[in-house]
Design a protein around this ligand. Structure first.
Ligand code: SF4
Ligand code: SF4
Length: 276
């Protein structure tokens, strides 16, 4: 079973829930935890896991031979990422950090002045702790697009997934392409939220996205004893989903988090009961 832990809004406690759930499940099952929050993966920090580098993630990158360039500007016209700047009468200027490696400029060039090269856009790491196998991918500093990193992580993990009972996918916050990549193929999305107006707005967006992707959802309410729970209940009714567990705002949870330990709370047992 592949379960995404997602949240719409950042800082709701996704990674806290993902790590605690993985650790609890790993007491009786084989569990793979995939940290797909590639901008700033932190599951290894929460579980105090020392990571080992598996491999770098490469992406196609265009390379120019200006001796063949006739300054027509067609490469810039087809680049949807605005990674090529063109001024009439000048050679094109390439901005590598915006390039997603689609290859359109190579196909569009009439004189074959652009060839294929590659760049490192991220790195995949692995580790083990608390009985949980961890796979995590980290985006190269300065690179802009997270979804190719998530896709590379999924491809890497697909070779190993068969030996696990549960695969927990800790997604990035928001509803951007990288979150969509992480959600695709999951049997369930557990959406972690909190009782605040901003979290309610983002909960609406992520539940809408899951509906479009046809991924079933349930909701975990973090910091449930502060804020306004009615805001969340209104959104939950709209999408006909349900709250399966509530995590209170309490000192023991904050202490565990800040010491690099998975949280222990009855809410994690409730989540496990709901997914069985
Ligand atoms: S490979 Fe795609 S994104 Fe990169 S510069 Fe060429 S057209 Fe733009
Ligand atoms: S499409 Fe080719 S020939 Fe035209 S400006 Fe770009 S690199 Fe030069």
């Amino acid at each position: 079973m592949k379960i995404a832990i997602t949240g719409g809004k950042g800082g709701t406690g996704k990674s806290t829930v993902a790590t605690a759930l993985a650790v609890e499940l790993a007491k009786s099952k084989k569990v793979l935890l995939m940290d797909a929050d590639t901008d700033c993966p932190n599951d290894h920090l929460i579980l105090s896991i020392k990571r080992k580098k598996e491999n770098d993630i490469f992406q196609l990158m265009p390379k120019w031979d200006f001796r063949k360039c006739v300054k027509c500007g067609k490469c810039a016209q087809v680049c949807k990422e605005n990674a090529i700047l063109f001024v009439k009468g000048k050679y094109p200027i390439f901005v590598p950090d915006l390039c997603t490696g689609c290859g359109a400029c190579i196909l569009a060039c009439p004189t074959k002045a652009i060839s294929k090269d590659k760049q490192i856009i991220g790195t995949i790491y692995s580790g083990t702790g608390y009985g949980v196998d961890l796979l995590t991918a980290e985006m190269r500093i300065g690179y802009e697009e997270a979804s190719p990193i998530v896709n590379a992580l999924k491809k890497f993990s697909s070779k190993k997934e068969k030996k696990y009972d549960y695969i927990i996918v800790d997604t990035a916050a928001g509803t951007h392409c990288n979150v969509i990549s992480a959600l695709l193929g999951c049997n369930l999305a557990i959406v972690v939220t909190e009782p605040t107006p901003l979290a309610a707005a983002d909960l609406n967006l992520i539940l809408q996205l899951c509906k479009v992707l046809k991924v079933p959802t349930t909701v975990v309410l973090n910091r449930s004893n502060i804020g306004n729970k009615q805001l969340i209940e209104k959104i939950i009714r709209k999408y006909k989903t349900k709250i399966i567990a509530e995590i209170p705002y309490k000192k023991e949870i904050l202490e565990a988090y800040s010491r690099g330990k998975p949280i222990k709370d009855k809410s994690i047992t409730q989540i496990i009961e709901s997914i069985k």
